[in-house]
Write a protein that binds this ligand. Structure first.
Ligand code: HSE
Length: 457
């Protein structure tokens, strides 16, 4: 159900005594909309329904005279004058009659080309596009700065959750130590279903697709690419250095099995795809991978398609931003907030000068220098001395066992499944142990290695 929109004059307000903004003589501000899918239609409909309310809030009415679509002939639920639609997005981006471009097409091109053209033409831009902002954001923001126009992108990370503006403004007095987030709703829905209902990866994906939470091709979500894009955007803002998507170490969720959720639960953990950016001795530690979180950790309690972003700063301590990370209505909330911010600046003639984007590339700490606790699952021979062999290989690599579970012994096959958690160890040592363990006669099949974090501990 769509949220009930605010009325233009809510019942708790008295009759206005002075002239309202909607009566202002100034002409409406022309906005070009690039993209008319679920989000584009939601933005268009909301701007039309709330025209007076937004005019009163921002100081000028907004009009959307041109919309770029991929296919003009396609039937749509929302009826729009056909003269408004065009398949020439670049023509809208450079149309002198428009002051602001809202890009909700998604994808890398032609979005980057259109945004660049709009900025070069002196237009303000609002985008919901995480790929664009992760890949080309630093260059586009610099262009916007040079042209003295706005490029706002609140909707690009966390959908309706305010996180870009808080990092740019409200948390600016802090030195940020870490950002830790669940920023992919598709995988969070799947991991929640796998934990609660014991679903396999394949069954959880089918359920996510049935509900419209996963694309027909889910690769970018399940392999961590989507979360890596978003983390690059957040880390760039939080640490004032340019973090590129390729800087982010990435592992997806495809290797997880229902038993990992069972074992994790017995050990007191919940599995989540966590995106982490943290200051470390060797540089910036930026990574996305399935992570075991203590079950009482706030991020472990973020279920289903929800997103959450925890920011740790020297003044604020830890702050958690949680909410709907995708979907037309939450994305519309963020897109229109950015648009109103721009319109308010134009209407008042007092447009804020945004900080210049960082010009320094991040120095990234290699993942091999991490010191983490690990969860290791393997199928081993069920015979005397096996644990001693494995324990000895761990000791050879400076890894100390914290706990051990032995499960699912198969008397016929003579095998047993073990799940080990370790004390803190170096990732490079853990890699060496895994290579050594693969050669041990005791190990029938190596299962999985997951990292354990206790971010709030
Ligand atoms: N597939 C993305 C998600 C959509 O699940 O979060 C928003 O980027």
């Amino acid at each position: 159900m769509s949220p009930r929109p605010p009325t233009s004059r809510p019942p708790w307000t008295a009759t206005p005594k002075r002239r309202t903004m909607t009566e202002s003589a100034a002409p409406p501000i022309g906005v070009g909309l690039l993209g008319f899918g679920g989000v584009g239609q939601s933005v268009y409909r909301t701007l039309a329904e709330q025209r007076d309310y937004y005019a009163a809030r921002s100081g000028r009415a907004i009009t959307v005279p041109r919309i770029a679509v991929r296919d003009r002939a396609r039937s749509r639920t929302l009826s729009v004058d056909p003269g408004v639609l065009t398949d020439d997005a670049l023509a809208i981006a450079t149309d002198p009659a428009l002051a602001v471009i809202v890009e909700v097409m998604g994808g890398v091109e032609p979005a980057i080309t259109c945004i660049r053209a709009a900025l070069e033409a002196g237009k303000h831009v609002v985008t919901a596009n995480k790929e664009v902002m992760a890949i080309a954001g630093p260059e586009l923001l610099e262009l916007a700065y040079q042209r003295n126009v706005e490029l706002l992108y609140e909707a690009s990370v966390g959908g309706g959750i305010p996180i870009i503006a808080p990092l740019q403004r409200d948390l600016h007095a802090n030195e940020v130590a870490a950002v830790q987030a669940i920023i992919n709703g598709t995988t969070n829905f799947m991991l929640t279903a796998m934990a609660r209902e014991g679903l396999t990866y394949e069954a959880a994906l089918a359920e996510a697709q049935r509900r419209g939470y996963a694309e027909p091709d889910p690769t970018n979500d399940v392999d961590g690419t989507d979360a890596a894009y978003k983390l690059a955007i957040l880390a760039t803002l939080a640490f004032h250095v340019t973090v590129r998507p390729d800087d982010v170490y990435r592992e997806g969720i495809t290797q997880l099995t229902p038993k990992d959720f069972t074992y994790a639960r017995r050990l007191g953990y919940i599995v989540r795809l966590v995106a982490t950016a943290r200051r470390a001795a060797g540089g910036l530690d930026v990574r996305v991978h399935p992570t075991l979180l203590p079950e009482d950790d706030p991020l472990a309690k973020v279920d289903g398609v929800l997103n959450a972003i925890a920011v740790e700063g020297n003044l604020i301590g830890r702050a958690l931003f949680e909410g709907p990370g995708a979907g037309p209505a939450p994305t519309t909330s963020a897109v229109i907030a950015d648009l109103l911010d721009i319109v308010r600046g134009i209407a008042s003639g007092r447009r804020p000068r945004r900080p210049r984007p960082p010009s320094v590339e991040a120095c990234i700490q290699p993942v091999g220098s991490l010191r983490m606790q690990y969860y290791l699952r393997a199928l081993v021979r069920d015979r005397p001395g096996v644990l001693a062999e494995i324990g000895s290989a761990l000791a050879d690599n400076n890894i100390s066992i914290a706990s051990l579970l032995q499960m699912e012994a198969d008397a016929v096959a003579g095998t047993a499944e073990i799940a080990i958690t370790t004390h803190h160890a170096r990732e490079a040592d853990c890699d060496r142990f895994l290579a050594q363990a693969a050669r041990l006669d005791a190990v029938v099949e190596q299962g999985i290695r997951l990292r354990i974090e206790d971010p709030w501990g």
